[in-house]
Design a protein around this ligand. Sequence first.
Ligand SMILES: *[C@@H]1O[C@H](CO)[C@@H](O)[C@H](O)[C@H]1NC(C)=O
Ligand SMILES: *[C@@H]1O[C@H](CO)[C@@H](O)[C@H](O)[C@H]1NC(C)=O
Ligand SMILES: *[C@@H]1O[C@H](CO)[C@@H](O)[C@H](O)[C@H]1NC(C)=O
Ligand SMILES: *[C@@H]1O[C@H](CO)[C@@H](O)[C@H](O)[C@H]1NC(C)=O
Ligand SMILES: *[C@@H]1O[C@H](CO)[C@@H](O)[C@H](O)[C@H]1NC(C)=O
Ligand SMILES: *[C@@H]1O[C@H](CO)[C@@H](O)[C@H](O)[C@H]1NC(C)=O
Ligand SMILES: *[C@@H]1O[C@H](CO)[C@@H](O)[C@H](O)[C@H]1NC(C)=O
Ligand SMILES: *[C@@H]1O[C@H](CO)[C@@H](O)[C@H](O)[C@H]1NC(C)=O
Length: 356
Amino acid sequence: MGFAIILMCLLFYSSFTTISEAQQAFKCTERTTCRSLVGYKSPNTTSISSIQKLFGVKNLHSLLGANNLRSSTSPNYMIQEQQVIKIPIPCICFNGTGASNKMPIYTVQPDDGLYYIANNVFMGLLPYQRIQQVNKIENANEIDVGQELWIPLPCSCEEVEGERVVHYAHLVEEGSTVEEIAEKFGTTNDTLYRLNGITNNSQLIAATAFDVPLKACNSSVRSDSMDSPFLVPNNTYFFTAKNCVKCKCDAANNWILQCEPSGNKPSNRSTCPAMQCEGGSLTIGNTATSGCNTTTCAYAGFSGDQNIFTTPATQSTCPVTTAPGGSPGNFASRIGLSRNYLFICIHMILFLVYLL
Ligand SMILES: *[C@@H]1O[C@H](CO)[C@@H](O)[C@H](O)[C@H]1NC(C)=O
Ligand SMILES: *[C@@H]1O[C@H](CO)[C@@H](O)[C@H](O)[C@H]1NC(C)=O
Ligand SMILES: *[C@@H]1O[C@H](CO)[C@@H](O)[C@H](O)[C@H]1NC(C)=O
Ligand SMILES: *[C@@H]1O[C@H](CO)[C@@H](O)[C@H](O)[C@H]1NC(C)=O
Ligand SMILES: *[C@@H]1O[C@H](CO)[C@@H](O)[C@H](O)[C@H]1NC(C)=O
Ligand SMILES: *[C@@H]1O[C@H](CO)[C@@H](O)[C@H](O)[C@H]1NC(C)=O
Ligand SMILES: *[C@@H]1O[C@H](CO)[C@@H](O)[C@H](O)[C@H]1NC(C)=O
Ligand SMILES: *[C@@H]1O[C@H](CO)[C@@H](O)[C@H](O)[C@H]1NC(C)=O
């Protein structure tokens, strides 16, 4: 009897939920892969390792890095009920939609239904119809205990406003507005409206995933590197080059990625390859100052498991008269400076004219 009621509720519900599907499938037209993030609101107080297991995150470090938790954090570290934790996922774009690439895999438990799995286990990050679709389940009410389901979490690899970004599937809070979300994640309301294909706040649906582009630090990583495009968003860190290099992004550092040898054991060799810049005096992360120039040995990517690329990145605070070079930031401040000069000069001339 109870089962029949649940079944009827499900049928009734499903006739209404197809509407919200459009908002939850993130657009992703390029046929490519990338790293993406989803925001999971834990329904109970639980250890970070059980969340790692639920989402099939291979490496605890990538989960810690995405949340800027110390890399020495224990797998038993507790995540509080209702706390939001960012889950890193590999994203694949296919047929105009982004989905977590063949993961996580969820094993059906007794009394589970697709609706329950989508909304009470994965907390509304995706509509249950997406699970049904990708697993080719004909009847949503017929799933078997022990059956393994691919949960295609929403994600995207698309550039936004011509910029490479990390897409974050944000779970919309009851009563929040697009403007609040834009403010919280350092983007604009216009970008969010356009990206999510909505025009006003009344189309924002609580407890569904909303596509938020996170600006990433600018790096020197080559396009032929195995981790390209290498995008690390503000206030996160990431281990790369088979665990040999740790890179972090801090917006306060001019959005320039900061990398250093991780000091970790590499994933499948006994030692990490050399990480020296040309000339050999600087290692990744080291800086040398020469007059007004500061040169950092920057991480530029890796290939196979033998090579880590490096490149010297110079930031110049030299006066305007020297040759071009230096970061755009400095260039901008130089323009600012010369404008001020001009302003002061004009006023001095006016003052002189007045005196005469
Ligand atoms: C691609 O998407 C279209 C419409 O969104 C759908 O009709 C079609 O079945 C999809 N193709 C595959 C192979 O999933
Ligand atoms: C927390 O909730 C999840 C999903 O409902 C469940 O699988 C897990 O067993 C719960 N953990 C605890 C410690 O209650
Ligand atoms: C979006 O933000 C701009 C500036 O922050 C504001 O002027 C505009 O009214 C906002 N748009 C909406 C629809 O609220
Ligand atoms: C919001 O958009 C919907 C659908 O486009 C429209 O029906 C509704 O009138 C709009 N509401 C406001 C306040 O503009
Ligand atoms: C990084 O900065 C350079 C200019 O300094 C710019 O050409 C490039 O597009 C930027 N890359 C990213 C990913 O923002
Ligand atoms: C970067 O992250 C820090 C720490 O969370 C935050 O205080 C700062 O506002 C963020 N900056 C931007 C531009 O998002
Ligand atoms: C490490 O793994 C790569 C593939 O990921 C493999 O090609 C390489 O031979 C491995 N190196 C060692 C030393 O096992
Ligand atoms: C700083 O770098 C610029 C070009 O990168 C070079 O022309 C200049 O001589 C350097 N200045 C010093 C003091 O090293």
